[in-house]
Design a protein around this ligand. Structure first.
Ligand code: ATP
Ligand code: MG
Length: 182
């Protein structure tokens, strides 16, 4: 029995992440997905809550051929203790899948095997570029699974990002759906 661990912030979960998970299902029996920086939300780098990210990932993986666990993990801001923190929050695992250099370094120093899958269309498929598209109104929907589009629409995610991008006093259309009442 081989259990794999895959960690990211998933702000939002996109098709690049899905290619990693596809690969893991071919190489491991079970999959743990750690949602990093779980305590952060409602800022431009981290617009979505841990719960919203759980919803994106769980819906995107309906029908996955392997059992999976989605676990929000708060950032403790102590890199030297971070692997122990992860281990304390997850089922035991045998291998880590990550292409993040710091994550590779921390797990390798702890003696845990690491696999770094190839990047899938990284120019377009990165959380940073997808959030920027959401902020500026460029199309982003084809870069994420369809059910992630649904979740972001359900939570009014694009308006949230646009509101986060405003300055004080720039309130002309803020919460426009409620404007009739004021
Ligand atoms: P951000 O730009 O916000 O850092 P991201 O796209 O890098 O977002 P993360 O949540 O930081 O997404 O990444 C989680 C994991 O997924 C990391 O190991 C990262 O290297 C990997 N990953 C991200 N994008 C891709 C991609 N296009 N193809 C394969 N792996 C990816
Ligand atoms: Mg990243």
């Amino acid at each position: 029995m081989k259990r794999a661990f895959y960690i990211g912030r998933f702000q939002p979960f996109h098709n690049g992440h899905l290619t990693v998970i596809d690969r893991i299902t071919k190489e491991a029996d079970e999959l743990i997905i750690g949602i990093g920086s779980a305590q952060l939300s409602h800022d431009l780098e981290n617009p979505f809550t841990a719960g919203e990210r759980v919803l994106m990932i769980t819906r995107a993986l309906v029908g996955l051929s392997r059992p999976f666990y989605v676990i929000p993990i708060e950032d403790i801001k102590r890199n030297a203790l971070w692997v122990a923190h992860i281990i304390s929050m997850t089922p035991p695992f045998d291998i880590v899948y990550t292409s993040n250099p710091l994550v590779i370094r921390l797990f390798s120093e702890a003696g845990i095997p690491v696999c770094s899958p190839d990047m899938f269309k990284r120019e377009s498929h990165s959380g940073t570029s997808i959030r920027e598209r959401m902020r500026t109104g460029e199309p982003w929907e084809s870069l994420v699974p369809p059910c992630v589009v649904d979740v972001i629409n359900e939570i009014d995610g694009i308006d949230r990002i646009r509101d986060l991008d405003r300055s004080d006093g720039d309130l002309s259309t803020l919460f426009s759906s409620g404007a009739d009442h004021v």
